[in-house]
Design a protein around this ligand. Structure first.
Ligand code: NCD
Length: 305
């Protein structure tokens, strides 16, 4: 039985197969409408979410399966003090696969350890968000035709943004990726990530201003400042509008640069950018459903012919 805790749980060859499956799902959705009949997905969300939870649920429903779960820790037995290990043992009796989001780093791993069904980490604290990374990689592959040889700027809250941490971890396995980290001093990417990049000899730069590097980017991955992970509101208020991507900044970028964002957006991308053909963040959401469908099929070992 397989779980998904980190994007590195799959080799790049396995990821290629997963993305090929997602491509086929996109092109031939009708072939998959009964693939998971009789199967149940449990979504156990101890932290707020719109996209990830509904994307998982839509994915399972598109496959003909059904969905149970909770979207708020206060409406689950966690509020009575039940441990994640006990909860997953119980959920294992009800469902065939579980997607779990938790504010504590490592909680889905604890669950996976005790589970008799596949567990998918749907985001653990400021740590990892592997299915967002699968979404990001599929979007890049689908829109550019490759996962190698590009310069990607990651901008915003690089300290607390788990989507950023997961994406960097996943991209280092591809050739010719150059990272440019754009953040205020206080929200720089953690040392354990830059240490890993140094060790692997992967080029990266850290800058504060977005304008100066815009013309060099093939992708700009924008992120919101993660309010819920700040220790005080004052710092959040000071940093929340540090970057606002608008038409003036977009004018500096290449004609085929693409803007990605895991969403939710707060202020960091002005709505005037939404109509720019380079804004790919809503298309990214659609790829998230295809890739979660492919992931559910893969972890349940269901093959459609
Ligand atoms: C992200 C998350 O939860 O980490 N959202 C998502 O799942 N698409 C990003 C965020 O909350 O900023």
């Amino acid at each position: 039985m397989r779980h998904l805790m980190s994007p590195l749980d799959f080799t790049t060859q396995e990821l290629d197969r997963l993305f090929d499956l997602a491509d086929d799902i996109e092109k031939n959705p009708g072939r998959y409408t009964h693939a998971c009949e009789g199967k149940k997905l449990a979504t156990c969300f101890y932290e707020p979410s719109t996209r990830t939870r509904l994307s998982f649920e839509a994915a399972m429903l598109n496959l003909g399966g059904s969905v149970i779960g909770f979207s708020d820790a206060s409406s689950s037995s966690a509020s009575k003090g039940e441990s994640v290990s006990d909860t997953i043992r119980v959920i294992s009796c009800f469902a065939d696969i579980c997607a779990m989001r938790h504010p504590k780093e490592g909680a889905p791993m604890v669950a996976a350890d005790r589970s008799s069904i596949p567990v998918i980490n749907a985001g653990d604290g400021g740590h990892q968000h592997p299915t967002q990374t699968l979404t990001d990689l599929l979007t890049i592959r689908s829109l550019k035709g490759r996962l190698s040889n590009f310069t990607i700027g990651l901008c915003g809250d690089l300290k607390f943004g788990r989507t950023v941490h997961s994406l960097i971890n996943a991209l280092v396995r591809y050739e010719g990726i150059h990272f440019i980290f754009i953040s205020p001093e206080e929200l720089k990417v953690p040392d354990y990530i830059t240490d890993m990049l140094k060790e692997k000899n992967i080029p990266y730069e850290e800058v504060i201003r977005l304008e100066s590097i815009m013309p060099r980017l093939d992708f700009l991955y924008m992120t919101r400042v993660q309010r819920e992970r700040f220790f005080n509101e004052e710092d959040y208020v000071r940093l929340k509008d540090f970057y606002i991507l608008d038409k003036t900044k977009m004018a500096l970028a290449k004609e085929d640069m693409l803007v990605l964002h895991p969403l939710p957006r707060v202020n960091e991308i002005s709505v005037e950018v939404d109509d720019d053909p380079r804004a790919a963040y809503f298309r990214q959401v659609q790829y998230g459903v295809y890739v979660r469908m492919a992931l559910i099929l893969t972890l349940l070992d269901i093959h459609v012919d």
